[in-house]
Design a protein around this ligand. Structure first.
Ligand code: FMN
Length: 230
């Protein structure tokens, strides 16, 4: 992560310990109302709700043109049926394609394809195939008519369940849309399955952590177990 020098000096004095960080009741709080501005150098919103998994979405328009782009307003929302969703902060190619053909594929971003994921976020004219741009391989899916990223260790084939236009608490519509899709087929590199259990950290997933270009990589030593109370 690139951290400016002066920030790094300050961070050194802020090593986590229970007495300095453990208690929001004792410390001074930075307060703001988003509609009036955050008053900071960077909007902290997506650095706070982070790191977030990246929805690397392949899609196809009605004419058959393929598209690939990353979306970090992305998550899983339900088990049965399995639902994932991503949010587009404008009517971009991916949301337009998904609304036309009602299908998409989610591809896991890991450290070994992080740079290529970044290349696919470039604003390029509709019609440019980001697979080609980033040197990635289109592999046909089994159920939907959208290719998956061959270099990705996991992919979900999805059928569109709904598109929801965002709105504020006042009911005013935003030019932003959430696409929710049902996962209808799953591809997992079998090296990530050990004794029948999927190993999240073995894949080294890369997550978006806010600011202009902050990311986090999940490595095996970052994992810990905490079982739910019974
Ligand atoms: C890691 C990463 C995450 C992104 N997340 C989002 C997002 O959640 N929503 C969004 O609208 N754009 C997001 N973007 C920007 C889009 O990827 C970018 O606008 C892209 O050109 C959209 O491509 P498309 O028009 O082919 O769909 C993200 C970019 C990066 C690099």
């Amino acid at each position: 992560m690139h951290v400016p020098c002066e920030t790094r000096v300050k961070l050194r004095h802020l090593r986590w310990n229970k007495s300095s960080f453990g208690n929001g009741l004792m410390n001074e709080m930075h307060f703001y109302e988003p509609s009036k501005g955050h008053g900071l150098r960077h909007d902290p919103f997506n650095a706070i709700v982070g790191p977030r998994p990246i929805g690397w979405i392949s899609s196809r328009d009605a004419k058959g043109q393929v598209n690939l782009a990353p979306y970090s307003f992305f998550n899983a929302f339900n088990y049965h049926p399995p639902i994932i969703g991503f949010s587009s902060t404008a009517w971009k190619d991916t949301i337009a394609n998904v609304s036309e053909t009602k299908e998409f594929v989610w591809n896991l971003v890991t450290k070994h394809v992080a740079e290529q994921m970044n290349v696919t976020s470039a604003s390029v004219p509709h019609g440019v195939d980001e697979f080609e741009l980033a040197g990635l391989t289109e592999v046909p899916s089994r159920i939907v008519n959208v290719p998956r990223v061959g270099e990705s260790l996991v992919s979900f084939e999805c059928k569109l369940a709904q598109i929801v236009q965002h709105q504020g608490a006042d009911g005013v519509k935003a030019q932003a849309w959430l696409a929710l899709g049902e996962v209808v087929a799953v591809h997992i590199d079998s090296r990530l399955i050990v004794d029948g259990v999927y190993q999240t950290a073995l894949a080294h997933p890369v997550l978006r952590a806010g600011r202009a270009g902050d990311y986090a990589e999940i490595r095996p030593d970052a994992m810990f177990e905490m079982l739910r109370p019974t």
